[in-house]
Design a protein around this ligand. Structure first.
Ligand code: NAD
Length: 335
């Protein structure tokens, strides 16, 4: 039996995490959920949006499935998501972007793995105002974190039988910070002669990904470029509604969709649950439950192939619940 922490989040979070929980349970896998809440609504009770017992629960269970949590823009509390990644040292953010059969998309044959450094860079949150009319943010890059994410990228590439790792940077301008990132990735690449290695400047990378995404395999990036480029990659294969993700550390792993809390459609039964369901599939594989992961993938592919129960972002008229029920029905049929 696995114990897993479940964080519903806010916005569309509670609807889609509930969908994912039901789909995972339908497979029959033996999981006991520990449900804990995070987000702005926790502040009056605990004085912070990420209460200590949430972190304790993940530390205890080692694995969590998490819904999106809203972050106020330009003011207010620090992002729960960023704090969680830093507190638990979830140093690798893994975001696969693969052509999904039967999802309309401009591209075919895309199979990218975005590996984003998750703990430093401009996300370190070291920023301050300089007088009334200026502000500074400090970009932190260390050899330790850069080598660690590079090793993660090359090890994942090796395990998955992938052919190439591309380091993405802007070292022509940020010579010291991105320069150190590149130096670190290069030193790791030397230990993997069987995997091709190249370096591409981030702006050019965006253009090349839009023109010929099939030319790329594993991308390794510092935090900020990784955030932006992984949304771009999600857009190549059907959008945020189908893009899963994982935050992985030495001790713990937190699985969550790439998308945010989508407040415009929250509580309306409109959100696409697939991104979090597919994050659940990644979680099951992480737990070694490959059989149950495959059951969900088959059911999802069946629903996509039939094309009847698709949410609005995929061009259909289904609701969160009707799509979820169709996936569950198929899991039961094949059990
Ligand atoms: P978003 O991902 O919430 O939404 C972007 C667009 O995609 C919107 O049009 C939204 O309606 C649509 N969308 C997203 N998920 C969808 C789904 N499952 N089904 C259908 N449509 C979907 O990005 P945003 O609007 O920039 O952010 C909203 C809030 O979420 C912000 O407070 C942000 O900080 C937070 N956020 C949280 C996380 C996280 O918890 N990991 C990640 C990203 C953003």
């Amino acid at each position: 039996m696995h114990k897993v922490t479940l964080i519903p989040g806010d916005g569309i979070g509670p609807e889609i995490t509930e969908a994912a929980r039901q789909v995972i349970e339908a497979t029959g896998v033996n999981i006991q959920w520990e449900i804990v809440e995070a987000g702005a609504e926790m502040i009056p009770r605990y004085g912070k949006p990420l209460p200590d017992h949430v972190l304790d629960s993940i530390r205890r269970n080692k694995v969590a499935l998490k819904g999106p949590v809203t972050t106020p823009v330009g003011q207010g509390f620090r992002s729960v998501n960023v704090t969680l990644r830093q507190e638990l040292d979830l140093y690798a953010n893994l975001r696969p972007a693969r052509t999904i059969p039967n999802i309309p998309s401009r591209y075919q044959g895309v199979d990218l793995l975005v590996v984003r450094e998750n703990t430093e860079d401009l996300y370190a949150g070291v920023e301050h105002r300089v007088g009334k009319d200026a502000a500074e943010s400090i970009k932190i890059i260390t050899r330790e974190a850069s080598e660690r994410i590079a090793r993660f990228a090359f090890e994942t590439a090796r395990r998955q039988g992938r052919k190439k790792v591309t380091a993405v940077h802007k070292a022509n301008i940020m010579k010291l910070t991105d320069g150190l990132f590149l130096e670190s990735v290069r030193s790791v690449a030397e230990h993997y002669p069987q995997i091709a290695y190249e370096e591409v400047i981030v702006d050019a990378m965006c253009m090349k990904l839009v023109q010929e995404p099939e030319n790329y395999d594993v991308l390794v990036l510092p935090n900020l470029y990784g955030d932006i480029v992984s949304d771009l990659c999600a857009g190549l294969v059907g959008g945020l509604g189908v893009a899963p993700g994982a935050n992985i550390g030495l001790e713990c792993a937190v699985f969550e969709a790439v998308h945010g809390s989508a407040p415009q459609i929250a509580g309306q039964n409109l959100a696409n649950p697939l991104a979090i369901i597919l994050s659940g599939v990644m979680m099951l594989r992480h737990l070694g439950e490959n059989k149950y992961a495959a059951m969900i993938e088959d059911a999802v592919n069946g629903v996509l192939e039939e094309g009847k129960e698709l949410t609005a972002d995929l061009g259909g008229t289904a609701t969160t619940r009707s799509m979820t029920e169709e996936i569950i029905k198929r899991i039961y049929e094949n059990r």
